[in-house]
Design a protein around this ligand. Structure first.
Ligand SMILES: Nc1ncnc2c1ncn2[C@@H]1O[C@H](COP(=O)(O)OP(=O)(O)OP(=O)(O)O)[C@@H](O)[C@H]1O
Ligand SMILES: [Mg+2]
Length: 452
């Protein structure tokens, strides 16, 4: 059975209630196909296609996506209650929900994240469809799993596996908690690189186009998974060297040549990967307007020091408190340097990035740290923390008008409003040593530590 071609807009009618509701008591999971060839978005935009209703479900046969009704998703999320709120991006709010084993035959009881299209926002059916088409067909341990979707009247929703540790952005830049250890950072870098390599090496390559810390979600053991395929693009075909597009993405992460020309290649993703790797090394956001002027753009500030082992300690995250493999950090920094090259051809392919990162997690020349006493806080419940962060994020994103369409390149960095603890809850001699090291070198880390 071959995959039917459909047009983007021919799908729209199939989303309306009257045509789309599956008969009661019938499992709505789509039947598996024998031979499965990935449907691309260019197939969808073919206006001459005459196929209509149910095309989406037929075309995505084999993907095991579940089609939910809005009513079901309301039950799952307790009517999208604020206590279930996880966060909000350009698409709309995300709520935690719980599917019980009675909802669908073949669908196990599990927590889920339900993303609801903000009907007043600037994203819409097209981004929703892009996500369903890509994530519905791509499966990999480092891509978040799309469980299903809802398309009812004007409503568009996406149902994902729930990722208990939220996004890398939340974990890495959260100020008043224990910071991510070095080995976890390397695990995240490697897993995310594998996710990108999978997309680039696919039979029909995919350019992800929005690689950034907020789109890397973390499982309970910090396994990273890429989410948000709303901006993804099929790679160039035949002799083409690039795809020409409107410039979309996030400021601070998008490759300079892509911003200048709109020419998109897999190497644009490699650049964005370099930015995230740099964020993991430094603990700084790609753009931070609150920093002194020359430190505001992370790449401009840090890149010159990445290839100079003696200067590396100046830019390493002070919250690591020196607890990292020096050899590992050097290799990771040299890799970030290459990924951030202004010449796309000089950047490594993602499969080579994976090869470079693979051994780094085993480097054990990490200084043995002193006893660290962490005063217990009442913030130990992750789910509560996530909800609070989500609320702060919602506020902050509203203020920023954080949407892809409006701004094309939207501003990635957001400040999460959080109340500082009454007293420092973590003390370590290593931090003092690290401070001394940076003061001795008269380095810019000085300022970073002061603020840490
Ligand atoms: N599958 C999921 N499991 C758990 N939390 C999730 C999941 N998907 C999203 N979230 C939470 O919802 C927040 C908002 O996600 P979303 O992808 O909509 O926006 P964003 O990545 O912050 O911004 P952007 O619109 O630029 O992608 C995330 O930061 C994360 O905390
Ligand atoms: Mg996102």
């Amino acid at each position: 059975m071959t995959v039917k071609k459909i047009t983007c807009w021919s799908i729209v009618p199939s989303c309306y209630k009257s045509e789309f509701q599956a008969p009661k008591n019938k499992a709505k999971v789509i039947a598996k196909q024998n031979s499965f060839q990935r449907l691309s978005l260019s197939d969808l935009s073919n206006p001459s296609s005459t196929t209509l209703s149910e095309d989406l479900s037929i075309s995505l046969a084999g993907s095991n996506l579940h089609i939910f009704t809005l009513g079901e998703l309301k039950v799952i999320t307790q009517s999208f209650s604020s206590s279930n709120f996880l966060g909000e991006g350009g698409f709309g709010p995300v709520h935690k929900g719980f599917i019980d084993d009675k909802l669908r035959p073949g669908l196990a009881a599990q927590p889920v994240a339900v993303k609801l299209l903000d009907l007043d926002g600037t994203q819409g059916h097209r981004e929703w469809l892009t996500e369903v088409i890509f994530l519905g067909q791509l499966r990999h341990p480092h891509l978040v799993k799309l469980i299903g979707y809802c398309c009812e009247d004007e409503h568009r929703l996406l149902v994902y596996e729930y990722m208990p540790r939220g996004s890398l952005e939340n974990q890495l830049f959260r100020r008043y908690s224990v910071s991510l250890p070095w080995s976890t950072r390397m695990k995240i870098a490697l897993g995310a690189a594998k996710g990108l390599a999978f997309l680039h090496e696919a039979e029909k390559p995919v350019i992800y186009r929005d690689f950034k810390a907020s789109n890397i979600l973390l499982d309970s053991d910090y396994t990273p998974k890429l989410s948000d395929f709303g901006l993804a693009k099929d790679g160039p075909e035949g002799d083409d060297t690039h795809v020409s597009t409107r410039v979309m993405g996030t400021q601070g992460y998008a490759a300079p040549e892509y911003i200048m020309t709109g020419h998109l290649t897999a190497m644009s993703d490699v650049y964005s990967f370099g930015v995230v790797l740099l964020e993991l090394l430094t603990g700084r956001r790609s753009v931070e307007k609150s920093r002194p002027h020359r430190e505001q753009n992370l790449v401009e500030w840090a890149r010159p020091m990445l290839n100079e082992p003696r200067k590396l300690s100046r830019i390493m995250d002070p919250r690591l408190e020196g607890q990292y493999s020096e050899m590992g950090a050097r290799k990771a920094a040299a890799l970030a340097y290459q990924c951030l090259s202004h010449r796309p051809k000089q950047r490594p392919k993602m499969c080579d990035v994976v090869k470079t990162l693979e051994p780094l997690k085993d480097f054990d020349d990490i200084p043995i740290g002193p006893f660290v006493y962490t005063v217990p806080t009442d913030k130990s419940d992750n789910s509560i923390k996530d909800v609070k962060e989500g609320n702060a994020q919602r506020e902050s994103k509203k203020k920023c008008g954080h949407h892809h369409q409006n701004q094309q390149l939207h501003h990635g960095h957001r400040h999460h409003q959080r109340t500082p603890p009454k007293s420092p809850n973590c003390y370590s001699e290593n931090l003092v040593r690290q401070r001394r090291r940076s003061l001795d070198l008269n380095s810019p880390l000085h300022h970073g530590v002061k603020g840490a």
